[in-house]
Design a binder for this molecule. Sequence first.
Ligand code: HEC
Ligand SMILES: [Cu+2]
Length: 347
Amino acid sequence: MGISPVLWQFLTKWLTTSALWPQEASTIAPWADALYIFLWLVTLLGLVLVGALLLVFSIKYRKEKSPVATQIEGSTLLEATWTIIPLGIFLFVFVWGAWLYFRIYNPPADAMQVYIVGKQWMWKAEHPGGQHEINALHVPIGRPVQLTMISQDVFHSYSIPAFRVKREVIPGRYTTVWFNATKEGTYHLFCTQYCGTLHSGMIGDIVAMAPEDYQRWTEESTSGMSLAQNGERLFASMGCNSCHNGNATAAGPNLAGVSGSKIRMDDGTVQVATDGWLRDTILNPSQHVPLGYKPIMPTYQGQISEEGLIDLVEYIKGLKTNYRVQQTLDTSKSNDAAPMVPEKVTQ
Ligand code: HEC
Ligand SMILES: [Cu+2]
């Protein structure tokens, strides 16, 4: 990192114990801090340089010594120097910052998924196993955790200073952020987007636990139904399975394996079935009509809560082969013919 580890430890320890600096409790934290300290040092250098020159020049060129002002016509070399050096520093900061940004906002593929729903004024967390929490989030250390977040009302922002991550939580759209916690402990969770009267109370605890403690916690706080199981129930109770049952004669496309695939639309475009896309097809189906299908799916706008949508998305993501729902809930004779699948574009 360029800084000696001893000096680094001393610096962060001093700053942490002096409460000026949040703890560093994620893999990204030292990197974010290094950039921050670098900016700080560059600023300090600029301050000292300008301050010193100001002082030296005002003494050297004081009135008694130089009573008559001389006209200086400029120096190309000097001007080029003070343009190119700062430009180099700024570009360096830009590249460093961009690299950090992409690292923070591109979750690794093997990250554990947790869903966050923000509303005035609380944070709800949903683990795939069905554990629900309010104003708290339990995570294991030493493992990447991806948060998929959405707001039920206004803009919020999910911020964990000790992990150096923060992301806007927006109505109508999933946003994601990820981290890998390194130290057991309880850390602050803040809403950092002013969201109304009780905004300052929209806080909580992030509990980073050893993997075995986290395992125990998931077992103790399970609701008995995973998100996907809740989704399967909803899928049946909302009548989705009347059109999406995997039968060759079904009115809707087979949803098995849809998640993550590229789908050719009737307007010729190709859309990628991300989590957000799946959510949006349920709310605005007429805007996502795959080639060969009629826009007959009704909109479910206003009929399913964000939690319900998360359950459905989790359920659809888990559909790898033909539906279990077909066996358990569809009483009509299942068709052995190959199910109808929308045309997938192979990459
Ligand atoms: C009346 C039949 C019908 C019902 C009921 C229905 N769908 Fe659909 N669904 C379709 C059709 C037809 C399409 C493709 C055309 C479109 O998007 O309108 C589709 C598309 C989709 C897609 C996009 C998949 C792809 O490959 O393009 C998803 C996801 C989906 N539906 C989920 C659901 C869910 C979840 C429900 C229940 C809340 C539901 N559908 C209810 C008929 C239906
Ligand atoms: Cu808020």
